[in-house]
Design a protein around this ligand. Sequence first.
Ligand code: SF4
Ligand code: SF4
Length: 189
Amino acid sequence: MVVAMKSHERRKILIDRMEELAGQGQDCQNCAGTCCTFEANSMMVTPLEAWEIFEFLKSSDLIDQNLKEKIFKTIKEFRLDQSTGNGKRSFIRRTYTCPFFHHRELGCALPKEVKPYGCLAFNAHHETIKAKEFCYSEKKLLMERDELFSKQEEMENERVKNQYKIYWDKLPLPVALVDFFNADDQQSN
Ligand code: SF4
Ligand code: SF4
């Protein structure tokens, strides 16, 4: 599938680094996955990143009432969709437990090819200690990736925004997905 190929291409530099670290024994084995919970996770995504996850879920037939309820519950519990009061969608960054996290080691339900860039860049940097000071995001690598694909992604983001009538640039992942679910429901009615 072209989309999957493109999405993998744009993540390759991050996935390669993750595999390099894993080859040195610096991976997420034996960790409860704190970085995916409200203790550390505040992931926000662009329309393109959210669309890639939405497309993956849709093509894998994974969008059902259970998933939607889990996502709505997350939004409510962590107050992710707060209005700024000026008529625009809020961009407040809040922590939340990701609805795709299974609460166990290596517990992300999404494949690497569609995971948010920020999730892929956040890695363990120690063989045995899985704690804050040894798990972090390599900002330089994220910036390198951004630079490589900025032009292409600008166009792709515009395409997605036009197609789904989206007016934001970044939202918490659960809130972003609801816009795609709603637009898809409207298009199929
Ligand atoms: S990055 Fe660190 S906290 Fe997150 S799952 Fe891996 S080892 Fe655990
Ligand atoms: S998308 Fe996956 S890796 Fe990212 S926060 Fe959610 S469960 Fe964790």
